[in-house]
Design a binder for this molecule. Structure first.
Ligand code: FRU
Length: 494
């Protein structure tokens, strides 16, 4: 009897810790409404897929340490993209290798024969044993399926489905069903290009073409985590294809970065119709890919909110790194060409507590002792110059500034920065090539996501203050106008 009571006590205490305790997800710098693993290391989002009312997020995960190690796929799911439920690890390394990034699809027509509506993961095996022996072509593509909404997985016995012949970097497959050719397509990052394949059954793949941009980009580093999808152009009957590519260097502010191409695709060859555009100018927005099968044809993107330059050294101990908020992409066209806007996904409003809204505020503006730890600030803007300072009583500060169409972020005095000399090396800058109309700024303890002009320009960065920011000061050297000012607290979702 005693033992049973003890077990019950333990179970209820454990349950209590998981969901109700104020200590849960409350360590210093722990994001309160962004996705983080409960513990240990995380990098890229993987296998983003919507199925039976839930968004599934798999992710690069090393369960034994807070630095990168032999990769697994962690797993979580969410109904609204803001409240997440953790699930057991989905994919473990095996003798073919560690489980690198990839995607997941729903096989509605049972083309692979694993079952109608099987969830199928397509991922890269990275074979460390061969790598240690000096081989460099150690990456191959493989598949696994789940018949229980991603909870348990069976790897296909015929893996790998695409062997590597000679390339060193040959990874991060992204697969989609293409109605136009009645078959699957795969895009795969390979060195400084994207390789395109097609298949009837996800097991037998035919190589179709290499995508290299035209005009060529002289320096791109390694291409990683690619995505290709068709979108309707807003306000137009036209459709265009969007190709997302991540690069490990030669990005606007150093290290990891994400760019996109707009073009045409016939199931075999992708051709860009204009030069690429950076999807985000901050240092902490990488490996971004979109959900497969999302409702109403939505394109919702999540990125890893860190940078390989210092990701493994950031000052957290229990877990390391977070994902960006989910962002819905909208494709538009103006006289300069096509471009994407990113809007925080629908449902964000449900986790907001409105605290202040003003039709207009006068500059200089100052608000002290306010909660800037979990906040959303948005306003309309007219002018050319403005600075916005977040600070705390330790005189740590994060400075945003607009100077004639150059927007900049300075985190050099934002708190703990000495874990890497790359972290606050220079100002982060973003050129803005049109009149600025509005800002949305989202703060979650250790991150800032800035969206300008209804999400056309985006800057994402992390920082580690020793005490939460609690003062907001805004000023302008000219007569800038700020209207429709709104400042909300954002609720904890953990
Ligand atoms: C990108 C990346 C991928 C790779 C994975 C390994 O951050 O380097 O190219 O699959 O991380 O964890």
């Amino acid at each position: 009897m005693r033992i049973i009571t003890l077990i019950l006590l333990f179970l209820s205490f454990h349950g209590f810790c998981q969901s109700n305790s104020n200590d849960y997800y409350n360590e210093t710098h722990r994001p309160q409404f962004h996705f983080t693993p409960e513990s240990k290391w995380m990098n890229d989002p993987n296998g983003l897929v919507y199925y039976k009312g839930k968004y599934h997020l798999f992710y690069q995960y090393y369960p034994k340490d807070i630095v990168w190690g032999p990769m697994h796929w962690g797993h979580a799911s969410s109904i609204d993209l803001f409240n997440w439920e953790h699930h057991p690890i989905a994919l473990y390394p095996d003798k073919l290798g560690n489980i690198f990034s990839g995607c997941a699809v729903i096989d509605k027509k049972n083309t692979a024969g694993f079952g109608k509506n099987a969830m199928i993961a397509i991922f890269t095996y990275h074979n460390d044993e061969l790598w240690k022996q000096g081989y460099r072509n150690t990456e191959s593509q493989a598949i696994a399926y789940s018949l229980d909404e991603g909870l348990t997985w069976t790897k296909y016995s015929g893996n790998p489905v695409i062997k590597n012949s000679s390339e060193r970097d040959f990874r991060d497959p992204n697969v989609f069903w293409n109605d136009e050719i009645n078959a699957w397509n795969m895009v795969l990052a390979s060195g400084d290009r994207v390789k395109i394949f097609s298949s009837d059954n996800l097991k037998d793949w035919k190589y179709k073409s290499d995508f290299k941009p035209n005009p060529n980009i002289s320096k791109t580093g390694t291409w990683e985590c690619v995505d290709l999808f068709k979108m309707k152009v807003k306000g137009d009957e036209k459709e265009k294809w969007v190709m997302i590519v991540n690069h490990d260097k030669y990005t606007p502010n150093g290290g990891s970065g994400t760019r996109y191409f707009i073009g045409d695709f016939d199931g075999e060859v992708f051709k860009n119709v204009q030069p690429s555009i950076w999807l985000d100018y901050g240092t902490d927005y990488y490996a971004g890919v979109t959900f497969y099968n999302a409702p109403k044809n939505k394109r919702i993107l999540i990125s890893w909110m860190s940078n390989w330059l210092y990701a493994q050294k950031t000052p957290t101990r229990i877990w390391r790194s977070a994902m960006t908020l989910p962002r819905e992409l909208v494709l538009e066209k103006n006289d300069d060409g096509y471009f994407l806007r990113q809007n925080i996904s629908e449902g964000f409003d449900d986790i907001l507590d409105e605290t202040q809204s003003k039709d207009e505020i006068q500059l200089p503006y100052s608000a002290k002792k306010i909660n800037l730890s979990q906040a959303e600030i948005s306003f309309n803007f007219e002018g050319k110059q403005m600075s916005l300072l977040l600070s705390n009583s330790k005189n740590e500060k994060l400075k945003l500034e607009l100077n004639n169409r150059i927007f900049s972020l300075d985190r050099s005095q934002s708190g703990i920065t000495n874990f890497s000399d790359k972290f606050a090396e220079s100002l982060q800058k973003m050129p803005i090539d049109e009149k600025i109309t509005d800002f949305q700024i989202i703060l979650d303890r250790a991150s800032i996501e800035i969206l300008i002009n209804n999400g056309k320009y985006s800057m994402t960065a992390i920082f580690f203050p020793k005490e939460p920011f609690s003062n907001l000061e805004m000023e302008s050297i000219e007569n800038a106008q700020i209207t429709n000012f709104r400042m909300n607290n954002v609720k904890k979702t953990w």
